[in-house]
Design a protein around this ligand. Structure first.
Ligand code: KG4
Ligand code: ZN
Length: 334
């Protein structure tokens, strides 16, 4: 089964073809980062308009890259939420139109389920991780620990009470004057910082439970930055202190979640999953426990069409599809 996947929930237009026999055939991504940079964040209406401009050419190109024509498709999957309503409607409208014109089944995919299943798409020397496992979803909008009992059966173990981890990276970068989008830039800067030069709290790790809170950390960084000489070297040291605090906090809670759920396997997904130090720390923790951790390749940690094509293919194979209405769900619990 060859499934076209379409992702337009925020500021990336993503398209891919996933073949359930041979794996990922092709994927294409158009990022709107440059468009939103001068505003310091995503402008929803500009995002929708750019998806309108970019989606059809990207579908055409991805089919060329996959070496196939559109009538060889067997199904269409699209992100139906959560996300920006106008942006979601572009992907949903095009996906429904393609499915209708070719008389194919279409399936609505939850964006976070796409992220969650992305690590399962990768070739892993240890084989594909099989449920039950614990998933850490860390993106710009979510920080959640989920017990994946089976594909489609998810139990929320804990989540952030305020900022998501990616949001904390972005806001902290902004308050130290780094350009949008700050998260990856802050992580790059942290590479040059000295460990331990600044030490910030590991929020909520001193009490039981699997919830997170990152907004206080941002305030600690603000105070440290304002009270410093604000030199390049200090900015790098603070970035390192902040990154270490977030990474330690996530690792402590992941270990706790694995212990509580009685699982050996951790799966990590979402934009912050691209963070090198987080990857290394979680590898170390998993090895210590005698378990394993799986990540998508960094390009599939952030938003992409491949994860939607893959999650959609699993749902279509299970016989699920949607009717012909174009519906999106901007706020949607998994
Ligand atoms: O999953 P994603 O592309 O979009 C959402 O669904 O939110 O995640 C984007 C988030 C942003 O907050 C970005 O700053 C963060 O992931 N991010 C990173 C890194 N790369 C992306 N945070 C820390 N280190 C990175 N290397
Ligand atoms: Zn995302």
């Amino acid at each position: 089964m060859k499934v076209l996947g379409i992702e337009t929930s925020c500021d990336e237009t993503g398209v891919a073809v996933y073949d359930t026999d041979t794996g990922l055939r092709a994927h294409g991504l158009y990022s709107q980062i440059a468009l939103h940079a001068e505003y310091g964040g995503v402008v929803p209406e500009l995002a929708s308009r750019d998806h309108v401009r970019k989606l059809l050419p990207l579908i055409r190109q991805t089919l060329v890259d996959a070496g196939m024509t559109i009538d060889e498709l067997d199904g269409v999957a699209y992100t139906a939420g959560p996300g920006l309503v106008g942006a979601l409607l572009v992907g949903a409208g095009v996906a429904r139109a393609v499915a209708w014109a070719l008389d194919l089944p279409a399936v609505a995919v939850h964006h976070m389920e796409g992220h969650l299943l992305a690590p399962l798409m990768e070739d892993d020397p240890l084989g594909r991780p099989e449920p039950p496992f614990v998933a850490l979803l860390v993106s710009g909008g979510h920080t959640q620990l989920i017990h994946v009992e089976a594909i489609g059966r998810y139990k929320l173990l804990g989540e952030t009470l305020d900022d998501a981890a990616g949001e904390a990276f972005d806001k902290t970068a902004k308050l130290m004057g780094l350009p949008y989008p700050g998260g990856p830039q802050l992580a790059a800067l942290a590479e040059q910082g000295r460990p331990g030069a600044f030490r910030f709290a590991r929020p909520m790790t001193d009490r039981p439970g699997l919830d997170f809170s990152f907004s206080g950390l941002k305030t600690q960084v603000l105070l440290a930055w304002q009270g410093s000489d604000q030199s390049e070297a200090t900015r790098a040291d603070i970035a390192r202190g902040f990154e270490d605090a977030v990474v330690d906090t996530l690792a402590i809670k992941c270990q706790r979640a694995l212990d509580e759920a009685g699982c050996d396997t951790l799966v990590v997904a979402g934009g912050v999953g691209a963070n090198k130090r987080l990857r290394a720390k979680l590898q170390e923790m998993a090895a210590r426990r005698g378990g394993r951790v799986s990540f998508p390749r960094p390009a599939f940690c952030t938003d992409n069409g491949a994860m939607i094509a893959y999650a959609g293919a699993l749902r279509l194979q299970a016989g699920q599809h949607v009717d012909e209405s174009v519906r999106v769900t901007p706020r949607w619990d998994m």
